[in-house]
Design a protein around this ligand. Structure first.
Ligand code: AMP
Ligand code: MG
Length: 340
């Protein structure tokens, strides 16, 4: 059904909060990407998120709260180490998977007995959550499988006519989604890397990284979202890593050009001049990982807009925020990784 999607400014949060309370889906900015929110306590409202996104029913949603008091209403237990993480990293891009409270309907957690929660660090998101005064289930506000939205225009491109409203709060900060940390295992385990890095978490507690972060898991995925193709443009994407990256990219680029295909190269600023024969997308400086993460999804969307058919992407270091960037690039490349 075609809806009129309202575009609201950050000063129209009363309206946005009313829509949420009335069971409608509202997209809003967070410090990571735009989320598509609905009342987490209302199964019908939550189902509308899955419908609008075309999201598989078995992929659970993150519940967004504005206070730790509200978090305590949606989970059944907060172990002391988890409390330490909350105090240190919230509000912020860290999602904690905890035993689910009874208030949260199964559609939110995809039938699991755990629930993912976080307090976002964005003034618009926090003000909206406080006004609505309900926990809000919110996955990224994109059509399932497409790059996550970092601007209101991305949300409208994907979901215009399918959702009640979008609150336009400008460009988001981190540009990649939150770190998802499973706190129901020992040690805690990163299911999805994000803004709060492994190095930062390890300053507080023992943490391991799920093998699925580095490629297709050999075991059953612990985070259902890990098994889906994600963040992918329509182009064929190859991720090139290792010492010989620039030479390999030029070789592959020439090869695909000879086949008559439109080739794009996504590279760090320092290497742009090496690829002047191709359409080049500047990822940002290799010394500024947050610049790269904040541009990533916009660039992947640009790839489709500019008609690039084969995209060759330079890998970055896996350290710090690089782990999240590389995780998303591997997914965008459907794990077509060329090691040089
Ligand atoms: P999204 O909000 O679409 O960016 O994705 C949320 C991510 O959190 C997905 O990868 C989900 O599979 C994951 N997630 C949400 N709830 C749980 C949970 N209870 N246990 C494990 N992973 C979860
Ligand atoms: Mg998503």
């Amino acid at each position: 059904m075609e809806l009129e999607t309202m575009i609201l400014g950050p000063h129209e949060l009363d309206k946005a909060a009313q829509l949420l309370q009335a069971g409608k889906c509202v997209a809003f900015p967070t410090e990571t990407v735009y989320g598509l929110g609905a009342n987490a306590l209302d199964p019908e409202a939550v189902k509308a998120i899955f419908t609008a996104k075309g999201r598989p029913q078995d992929n659970p949603l993150i519940v967004h709260c504005y206070s730790q008091k509200q978090v305590r209403e949606v989970v059944s237990e907060i172990p002391p180490k988890v409390q330490t993480l909350m105090n240190r990293f919230w509000p912020g891009p860290l999602t904690l998977v905890l035993p689910k409270g009874d208030l949260i309907p199964p559609v939110v957690s995809a039938g699991l007995d755990t629930v993912a929660v976080r307090i976002p660090d964005h003034p618009v998101a926090l003000a909206l959550l406080e006004k609505a005064d309900i926990p809000v289930a919110a996955p990224s506000a994109n059509v399932s499988g497409r790059p996550s939205p970092t601007r209101a225009e991305h949300v409208l491109f994907d979901l215009g006519g399918r959702i009640g409203a979008v609150v336009d709060g400008g460009e988001t900060g981190w540009g990649v989604e939150s770190t998802v940390l499973d706190c129901t295992t020992t040690p805690f385990r990163i299911l999805r890397p994000g803004g709060i890095t492994l190095e930062k978490l390890r300053e507080v507690t023992d943490v391991e990284v799920d093998p699925g972060v580095y490629g297709p898991a050999h075991t059953k995925p612990r985070s259902p979202g890990m098994k889906y193709k994600h963040y992918a443009p329509d182009a064929d994407v190859y991720l090139i890593v290792g010492e010989g990256t620039p030479a390999k990219i030029r070789e592959l680029g020439e090869h695909y050009k000879r086949l008559g295909r439109r080739v794009g190269v996504m590279a760090v600023t320092e290497h742009i001049s090496l690829y002047s024969d191709f359409t080049v997308l500047d990822m940002g400086s290799k010394l500024a990982l947050q610049e790269i993460s904040s541009r990533l999804y916009h660039l992947l969307r640009e790839v489709d807009r500019t008609g690039i058919e084969v995209l060759l992407v330079e890998g970055v270091s896996e350290e710090h925020l690089g782990m999240a960037i590389m995780n998303r690039l591997r997914k965008a490349a459907s794990n077509q990784v060329v090691q040089t």
